[in-house]
Design a protein around this ligand. Structure first.
Ligand SMILES: [Zn+2]
Length: 532
């Protein structure tokens, strides 16, 4: 029997428990605090945070200072920084030309309107080659699917439309469409180059904006790590609206290919009658940039050697072609929003004196817009010695309306999806799987650098239901602001909802860091193959 005074004491504690529930956070104030970082990072004075620019350096200084203020330990190579070098190539279009040769005649194409010439450290200056249409241009060994099979592609340029067969799963399609996987198969087949036609079904940005991006310098890591295949000598992006030019005389039309594609029928494969003649001129230089890395050390003597990574990218597109008189690509949502969340999550952990068992690494990477280069560099050259056990990546999660639904890429792939469901449910937020798998978002940001090294990962978007104003807002954002100068400080954003998102990510990171077992890929996951 318990003494009566102890009973009373228990009762009193219970009363206190009921009488003083944790006060609801002031989401508006937290949202403003979050926005204040974006006001700094996406200000015109940072000139769009291009890799290697002064604006990026200011942004990196800001992140390091905010990480320090949030109590994170430096976890780079040089303080909070992890420097790396880049090879830079920039197109000199006045000295470039692209012709279609047929029956001894050359038809010059209009660069920027018909097509765009890609440059790389391996770009050939002058190539004349036959061309073969190869459907989706995919090679998927485990499905015995090969668009190159039976085609004479050696020494040729292959022409393909992005996407893949309807009956191929999203992750498989996405993985084998990644530049690296494509290059492996194409190089093995002796292909000299590619002409990519953006599938109009999944085009996110209008041609004009894709074309405007061709003057951006292209960057490659000086030290990409092992097993990364080099670029092909020729890479051309063709305007889908002008693609008929390529098919003239072949006995096929692009119209007919699109009809097959829209009806989910297999695409034909056939040689084109035109020969491609590409002349490419470019300037070469070198650049330096860095990731910014902060650490909240784990409290468990064993588990602290395991690291939960929370990541976002710090770079954006810099200064580019003007749109409506604006040349600065501020990248407020893409991805200053994610960096602001990194800071706020770290601050919240400091405020609550969180002592997670595993270590949590806050990683703000460079070079995402150049092809996830900073995260690739980090994954190849980690600055910590223990294993990375998860990556929670925030790349323009788009808090444009209240947070009722959270769309999660990678939801069904690993146990991280179950963790996310648990914390979202507690917050009263419903979880959705990727609604637009044709956009390949799971492999299109920094989480993929970790996934390829076997690390389970998640990525996030604010969710919506079809047919709602939220769907309209979300899609309008892509059409109007994605990779445009209008992704700036003047756009409407739901600050309180962003703060609620930060709170969910904070709880998710802590839950994963505190769990008895580290996250695992599901037995059925395509991505499990990368786990060592
Ligand atoms: Zn971007």
């Amino acid at each position: 029997m318990k003494p009566w005074n102890l009973l009373l004491l228990c009762f009193a504690f219970t009363l206190i428990g009921f009488a003083a529930p944790a006060p609801s956070p002031d989401w508006d104030a937290l949202g403003k605090q979050w926005w204040s970082h974006i006001q700094f990072l996406a200000d015109d004075s940072l000139e769009g945070r291009d890799v290697g620019s002064q604006g990026f350096e200011k942004a990196a200084n800001y992140m390091a200072e905010q990480f320090r203020a949030a109590g994170l330990e430096p976890a780079g190579v040089d303080g909070y920084r992890q420097p790396m070098g880049f090879q830079v190539v920039k197109i000199d279009e006045s000295r470039c030309a692209l012709d279609l040769l047929s029956e001894g005649k050359a038809q010059p194409l209009k660069l920027g309107e018909d097509a765009v010439l890609g440059v790389s450290s391996h770009a050939a200056e002058n190539v004349e080659a036959g061309a073969v249409f190869v459907g989706y241009g995919l090679t998927v060994p485990e499905l015995h699917y090969d668009d190159l099979a039976g085609q004479d592609v050696k020494g040729k340029i292959v022409v393909f439309v992005t996407g893949g067969p309807a009956d191929m799963s999203g992750p498989v399609k996405a993985h084998y469409q990644s530049g690296e996987e494509r290059r492996k198969a194409l190089q093995k087949a002796g292909v000299v180059g590619t002409i990519t036609i953006q599938n109009p079904k999944s085009a996110e940005v209008p041609w004009s904006r894709m074309a405007a991006a061709r003057f951006q310098p292209r960057m490659e890591l000086s030290d990409p790590g092992q097993g990364v295949p080099p670029p092909l000598p020729v890479s051309i992006l063709f305007n889908a609206a002008h693609a008929e030019l390529l098919f003239a005389g072949s006995g096929h039309t692009f119209q007919e290919i699109l009809a097959d594609l829209n009806a989910d029928k297999p695409l034909p494969h056939f040689p084109l009658t035109v020969t491609i003649h590409a002349r490419v001129a470019m300037t070469r230089s070198e650049a330096k940039s860095e990731n910014v890395v902060g650490l909240l050390p784990g409290s468990d003597p064993t588990l602290k050697k395991e690291y939960v990574v929370v990541s976002a990218h710090l770079d954006h597109l810099g200064i580019g072609e003007p749109v409506k008189g604006d040349r600065i690509y501020n990248g407020a949502m893409d991805d200053a929003s994610g960096d602001a969340s990194l800071i706020e999550i770290a601050r919240a952990m400091k405020a609550s004196a969180a002592k997670p068992r595993r270590s949590i690494l806050f990683l703000s990477v460079t070079g995402e817009e150049k092809g996830e280069l900073g995260s690739q560099y980090f994954a190849a050259h980690p600055t910590v010695s223990g294993p990375l056990v998860a990556d929670l990546n925030m790349d323009m999660y788009l808090p444009l309306f209240p947070l009722k639904y959270l769309e999660v890429q990678g939801l069904g792939e690993s146990t991280l999806g179950d963790d996310l469901r648990a914390v979202a449910t507690l917050a009263g937020v419903q979880v959705q799987a990727d609604k637009e798998p044709e956009h390949n978002r799971f492999i299109r940001s920094d989480q993929y650098s970790f996934i390829k090294k076997g690390v389970p990962a998640l990525a996030f978007k604010f969710g919506w239901l079809p047919g709602t104003p939220e769907e309209k807002t979300f899609k309008a954002w892509y059409a109007e602001r994605y990779h445009a100068p209008s992704d700036d400080l003047s756009q409407p954003v739901d600050l309180a909802a962003a703060a609620q998102f930060d709170a969910i990510l904070e709880k998710l990171a802590l839950r994963v860091a505190d769990a008895d077992h580290r996250p695992e890929w599901k037995a059925t996951s395509f991505f499990r193959r990368f786990a060592q």
